[in-house]
Design a protein around this ligand. Structure first.
Ligand SMILES: NC(=O)c1ccc[n+]([C@@H]2O[C@H](COP(=O)([O-])OP(=O)(O)OC[C@H]3O[C@@H](n4cnc5c(N)ncnc54)[C@H](O)[C@@H]3O)[C@@H](O)[C@H]2O)c1
Length: 297
């Protein structure tokens, strides 16, 4: 999507951190902005800041985990302008502790915000973006932890794997349209995500070791990359239609080691007499014409 001028962008999690930085970078390219966040006052304050610089901007309260709220947001958005850039970025941390003790309510919340919300976002805007027959773009925020999982919350890691999978699946699905898809996979960013998560999580506050881990993570993330350059990088990826947005190359060696381990598992076939999967037939059976990687047998 080469020209962002006067295009309407809808950004979730836009009251702070990476979402706000992305909204600012889009505005700097001349885009019109809808800033949505569960923190409605924060979203409106961010929109007011942009309006003060002459940008057309609207702040909206939106809980991305609630489909009914998306319907209201969609109505407000269509009164503002046809959305051509969708940045589904809102997310929360997963907390910590061993999986067998994880609170299912917190688990469902993490998935609802970090993964299910992408479906609601696409149900709200993608149909019209496709039908418009003009360049449009979707960005989903995952994380480098979906490529190289460190020993942090399994709920968070797996919800970010889901986001990576949604983005990769959607990019195939939209291959023959004018809608591009990028997945943002940042490393550590100096945002308020730990505090936001503590404020929003359902159920009781974390105690003991889990609370200590959250405090440690606040310190670690404070040393992370500033969100500004990440937002700017997202906008360049929209312009260049890049599939993967990797902001932290220092993870590359770990990614290579991770993929080497995976590739090493592609040994002999379980059935030496089997000719191999007919992937081309799989593509055709699903009504698609192509995949984003070369199809082999
Ligand atoms: N900070 C990092 O190190 C890091 C690294 C990789 C990926 N990410 C991802 O980046 C994205 C943005 O996070 P951030 O680091 O900028 O944190 P942040 O807390 O500064 O921003 C997240 C925003 O999302 C909003 N939000 C949370 N739940 C919401 C909901 N249910 N509905 C609507 N808005 C909601 C919050 O109010 C907040 O404004 C997240 O998806 C996060 O997982 C962050």
């Amino acid at each position: 999507m080469k020209d962002l001028r006067d295009k309407t962008a809808f950004v979730t999690g836009a009251a702070s951190g990476i979402g706000l930085a992305t909204a600012r970078a889009l505005a700097a390219r001349g885009a019109r902005l809808i800033l949505a966040d569960i923190d409605g006052a924060g979203a409106e304050a961010a929109a007011a800041e942009l309006r003060a610089t002459g940008v057309d901007a609207l702040g909206l309260a939106l809980n991305v985990a609630e489909e009914a709220a998306w319907i209201r947001a969609g109505e407000a958005a269509s009164a503002f302008g046809p959305v051509r850039i969708l940045v589904s970025n809102a997310g929360v941390g997963g907390g910590s502790g061993p999986l067998e003790t994880y609170d299912p309510e917190v688990w469902r919340w993490v998935y609802a915000v970090n993964a299910h919300a992408h479906l609601y976002a696409c149900r709200t805007f993608l149909g019209a973006m496709k039908a418009a027959g003009e360049p449009a773009h979707v960005v989903l925020t995952s994380s480098l932890v979906a490529i190289v999982p460190p020993p942090i919350s399994t709920a968070y890691i797996s919800s970010k794997f889901a986001t990576l999978g949604i983005a990769m699946g959607l990019r195939n699905e939209l291959a023959d349209t004018q809608v591009g898809v990028s997945v943002l996979c940042p490393g550590m960013a100096a945002t308020g995500i730990v505090a936001t998560t503590a404020r929003l999580r359902p159920g009781a506050a974390e105690q003991g070791e889990a609370a200590q881990t959250a405090q440690n993570m606040t310190g670690v993330l404070a040393g992370g990359m500033a969100p500004g350059p990440i937002g700017e990088r997202v906008v360049r990826a929209i312009e260049a239609d890049e599939a993967f947005i990797i902001t932290h190359p220092e993870w590359k060696d770990m990614a290579a080691a991770q993929f080497d381990e995976l590739l090493a598992a592609f040994g002999e076939s379980a059935d030496p007499d089997y000719p191999g999967d007919d992937i081309a037939a799989l593509v055709v059976a699903n009504g698609a014409r192509r995949m984003n990687v070369a199809v082999g047998r």
